[in-house]
Design a binder for this molecule. Structure first.
Ligand code: PMP
Length: 375
């Protein structure tokens, strides 16, 4: 089977699998002390924390392991909101965010926090003028959360400009970087971003592990943030619970490999994407329209609509041979809010599919896919 649903999840890298295997036997708790299996587990977690920090260009102590980006998004937004409860401040995010941001925004609204949604343009990029107005309004927001790369259409937001603007007005800034990790270079040391969410299974690591990056200020102090999960005080008192050592080791290895191979993968995926879009244009010119932007985008996510075709029927028909999707796996039962936010009609949404590529895909697979589509 050809796997073209890498924005939903990626296959485990064999190097990652190898790295994880010993820790399925080594069962020590990294929070225990003195005896060797505990100390070895602690060292393995520290090495993984270092690798994740290196991929992001931040300090290892800024990496808080969580169960994935959904938890990180919940932890950061609810944690900041909780710390500033009753301040009357609002929360600013965009209309094209992942459901784990938008559903948290809905929850905050039920607790009396006003939410301002920034629109996106037809290419899926946030409206900078509207965002600037919200940043410079009289009462600054408690937090701004704008995704780095969109999971359905691949639009890349100008996070450097948005984070600098937020800093200028002293507003904490969060970005969901789940889709950009390992696909575009990220160096948090150069950017005034306080909070970042990431996930291991989008970079060929295991599922159920990710991180919330919580940056320290110039004095080395972490910002005020209430934990989502209270307990034994693991992860610098910010996320309690016994650490999942095999998953953390796998995430660390995936981050190391992603950093090592970033340029090669970026080029490979970008050339696969150019080939795919050229072939789609060549063979389906009269019915094909791209929902993904042509510039300022992540390599590897191609959202395309086929006039007159029902996406669910197409995906089902392709399923024995090729895995593609109609959009986010996390809201697959509803018509895409992302496509709606970029101006697609319901009919257009229902004829759109997302093809998402990874480093493991090949030109031959694209040729086969085009052959299958041509029937
Ligand atoms: N944010 C974005 C942009 C995503 O693409 C995803 C995964 N679909 C998530 C958050 C949630 O990540 P996880 O599966 O690790 O909870």
């Amino acid at each position: 089977m050809i796997y073209f649903d890498n924005a939903a999840t990626t296959p485990l890298d064999p190097e990652v699998r190898e790295a994880m295997l010993p820790y399925l036997h080594e069962f020590g708790n990294p929070s225990s002390k003195y005896y060797p299996i505990a100390e070895r587990a602690k060292e393995a977690v520290q090495a993984a924390r270092n690798s994740v920090a290196e991929l992001l260009g931040c300090d290892a102590e800024e990496v808080i392991f969580t169960s994935g980006a959904t938890e990180s998004n919940n932890m950061i937004i609810k944690g900041v909101a909780d710390a500033f409860w009753g301040s009357g401040k609002n929360f600013v995010t965009s209309a094209a965010e992942h459901s784990s941001i938008l559903e948290v925004a809905n929850y905050l609204q039920t607790k009396g926090i006003r939410v301002e949604l920034v629109n996106v343009d037809a290419a899926g990029h946030v409206n900078m003028e509207q965002l600037r107005q919200l940043i410079t309004q009289n009462e600054p927001p408690l937090l701004i959360s704008i995704m780095w790369g969109n999971n359905e259409v691949g639009s890349l937001n100008d996070i450097a400009t948005i984070s600098s603007l937020s800093k200028q007005y002293n507003i904490p800034f969060h970005t969901d970087a789940t889709q950009v990790l390992g696909k575009v270079p990220v160096c948090l040391a150069d950017l005034p971003i306080q909070y970042v969410s990431i996930s291991s299974h989008k970079i060929h690591g295991p599922k159920g592990i990710g991180a919330a990056i919580i940056r320290k200020d110039e004095l080395g102090i972490r910002p005020r943030l209430s934990p989502l999960i209270h307990g034994g005080g693991q992860e610098f008192d910010l996320r309690s619970g016994t650490l999942n050592v095999p998953a953390i080791v796998g995430f660390g290895k995936a981050a190391e490999v992603a950093k090592r191979d970033l340029t090669i993968n970026q080029n490979h995926i970008a050339s696969l994407e150019s080939y795919l879009t050229a072939k789609l244009k060549e063979h389906f010119e009269s019915i094909v329209t791209f929902n993904s932007p042509s510039s300022n985008k992540l390599p590897g996510i191609v959202n395309v609509r086929f006039k007159g075709i029902h996406n669910e029927l197409l995906i089902k028909k392709l399923a024995p041979y090729v895995a593609v999707s109609s959009g986010s796996a996390c809201s697959s039962s509803k018509p895409s809010h992302v496509l709606s936010s970029i101006g697609c009609s319901l009919d257009e949404i229902r004829s759109s599919i997302r093809i998402s590529l990874s480093k493991f895909n090949t030109i031959e697979e694209i040729e086969k896919f085009i052959g299958i589509l041509r029937g």
